[in-house]
Design a protein around this ligand. Structure first.
Ligand SMILES: Cc1ncc(COP(=O)(O)O)c(C=O)c1O
Length: 374
């Protein structure tokens, strides 16, 4: 095999300070999405151990539409639909596949997808696979969504509108203006697709997410990924029964894929019970956010954090990577985030508050950041 063009492209990434490599986990956790510390939760672990003991298989053996459909999948989906107060739910292997399934399948030829410009890569890839038209609105700017819809209609667009946002942005820690977007959707008879990846478990009553404020609307589809605050793996697409049935029939990422392990369905089911009862954990995370406001944000002149995700925008890639590396040397697991994950010249440190770190860790991080960024 010839090593070109791979070698030269990797060399070019290195030259631009964009080369990535896998590194072992080390240091105090300010990098994971395990916001509530549930990834190592003994109750969830015990639920899986009990399932193994009663003979639940590790492998599903096939696609859900063939032999792969297990009672654990169906039980989880019924529970998720009740918990998230929606008509139906569909369990997918992960959020990336779920977004591919959603965007490549639901919006039809002749429809328009209007997505926030900062929406996750998996939504971009799903949109690329879609036959619908697609445009990107300025971040969190409802007027920009409205203008794009108006100009598409003025150009003769007649189909359905699909508005797509993250409820809590993974690299910026800010929230979508959900009430205003819901009002726009109602006015335009549009569907809302809400990616709750970073909201589920942390926000809303019983951790049902930021979209819980829109309970009862029939034009909403939510995506609850299970690998972040829920501490496990997979994703639950929640919405009207008709759309879930359509996905089961048409979503290639669902149909042509081995069903997730029934044991993971058991783990996710236990994780739903866990987040439902986790007001104490959410309160601890809020306290940590207050600690971070004092120890990290105020000294650096940053605004108070709006969520558990705190971006420290440094600009150039190399500056962000050098700061991350200095923090790692000092024992903090903090990653530098560069384009294409974030827009050019907004490379940053992404500080993620999780219950895997405590107040003392946050104070120590504040001290170190002041030294490094002084
Ligand atoms: C907003 C958002 N959507 C979707 C995903 C993908 O979810 P998963 O990690 O389960 O594939 C992520 C995770 O990176 C995310 O941050």
């Amino acid at each position: 095999m010839t090593s070109e063009p791979f070698r030269s492209q990797l060399a070019s990434l290195e030259k631009r300070g964009r080369l990535r490599a896998l590194a072992p986990r080390a240091g105090r956790d300010f990098a994971s999405n395990d916001y509530l510390g549930l990834a190592s939760d003994p109750i969830i672990g015990q639920a899986v151990a009990d399932a193994v003991a009663r003979g639940v298989p590790v492998g599903s053996g096939g696609s859900r539409l063939l032999r792969g459909n297990a009672p654990e999948h169906e039980g989880l989906e019924a529970k998720a639909a009740a918990f998230f107060r929606t008509q139906a739910a569909l369990f997918m292997a992960n959020g990336f596949a779920a977004n591919l399934a959603l965007f490549s399948t639901l919006p039809q030829r002749g429809d328009l997808i209007v997505a926030d410009e900062l929406i996750h890569a998996s939504v971009h890839d799903g949109i690329r696979m879609s036959k619908a038209d697609a445009v990107f609105a300025r971040h969190n700017d409802v007027q920009s969504f409205a203008d794009l819809i108006a100009s598409w209609r003025a150009d003769g667009g007649k189909g359905r509108i699909w508005i797509a946002v993250e409820t809590l942005y993974s690299m910026d820690g800010d929230m979508a203006p959900l009430a205003d977007l819901a009002a726009l959707a109602a006015k335009q008879d549009a569907m809302l697709i809400l990616d709750e990846a970073h909201g589920t478990g942390v926000f809303g009553p019983s951790g049902r997410g930021l979209s819980s404020g829109l309970d009862g609307l029939h034009n909403v589809v939510t995506l609850h990924t299970c690998g972040k605050a829920m501490g496990v793996e997979g994703a639950l697409i929640c919405g009207p029964r008709i759309l879930i049935d359509y996905l089961i029939n048409r979503a290639r990422a669902f149909i042509f894929s081995t069903a997730p392990s029934p044991l993971m369905a058991v783990a996710v089911s236990a994780a739903i019970d866990r987040i439902e009862q986790a007001d104490d954990l959410r309160a601890r995370l809020t306290t940590l956010q207050t600690d971070a406001a004092e120890a990290i944000c105020a000294p650096l002149g940053l605004p108070k954090p709006r969520s558990q995700i705190i971006p420290v925008i440094l600009g150039e890639d190399k500056r962000a990577m050098a700061a991350a590396s200095a923090l790692q040397d000092a024992g903090f697991d903090i990653r530098g985030i560069r384009p294409p994950t974030v827009p050019p010249r907004t490379s940053r440190l992404r500080i993620s508050l999780t219950l895997n770190a405590g107040r003392a860790d946050v104070l120590a991080l504040g001290d170190e950041l002041r030294k490094i960024l002084a």
